[in-house]
Design a protein around this ligand. Sequence first.
Ligand code: CIR
Length: 256
Amino acid sequence: MFKNCIVRRPCKAMVEGITSAPELGKPDYELALKQHDTYIEALKKCGVEVTVLDALEEYPDSCFVEDPAVITSKCAIITNPGAGTRNGEKAEILPAIKKFFSDDQIEYIKEPGTLEGGDVMMVGDHFYVGRSARTNEEGIKQFIAILEKHGLTGSEVPLEKVLHLKTGVNYIENNNMLVSGEFIDKPDFAKYNKIVIPDNESYAANCIWMNGTVIVPEGYAAVEKAVKDAGYEVILVDTSEYRKLDGGLSCLSLRF
Ligand code: CIR
């Protein structure tokens, strides 16, 4: 069960955030703030304390707190984001992590390794790590060594198309996994009960399990139904403005 979440308010500069889909237009900052409020309320409904960090205008993508850190049951790992404009976010997240973890529980991914938390999917004590344009072989090697030092395990999953691993695949506990596109037939995930996301709703592969409830992005009826049919309570949160920056529900929080 998760007890805590860390989120960071979006900044006005988010309109200059990285995107692979400029055709969706720039995010509406005021609407993004309202959606962030709703997101925080949804997390709280799932029984967690939410730490809300101040917006950081120097980093347009800094509301996506999942990327500069990974939190496990045994340790926190400050990553080394592969996106140049985001790399400095690792220093900005550290004070918040230090409120929950002592220095000997905090590990670091170091150059030349790069890794972003969006590429890390936790399944119990095992962590799948996407090798992507943001997360390199050396970053994965360091990450798995850190996991093993703390009695956890990890394995690499090469990505071909999507930004981060969790853009396309998410574990929602009870052996259930939401899978889309390139992940549907990956042998790595053969042992899970796969809930296959239709191509026209692929954005909604990024749902989060929160203490028995699954938070699903609003506007994806097939995914909402599939998650409900799998037996979960569902809370819908509209993330339209974050989608314009390739960001989804998991990207907006650290959950631990
Ligand atoms: C980026 O390209 O880094 C941001 N615009 C989106 C980050 C999404 N984060 C995630 O999937 N964990």
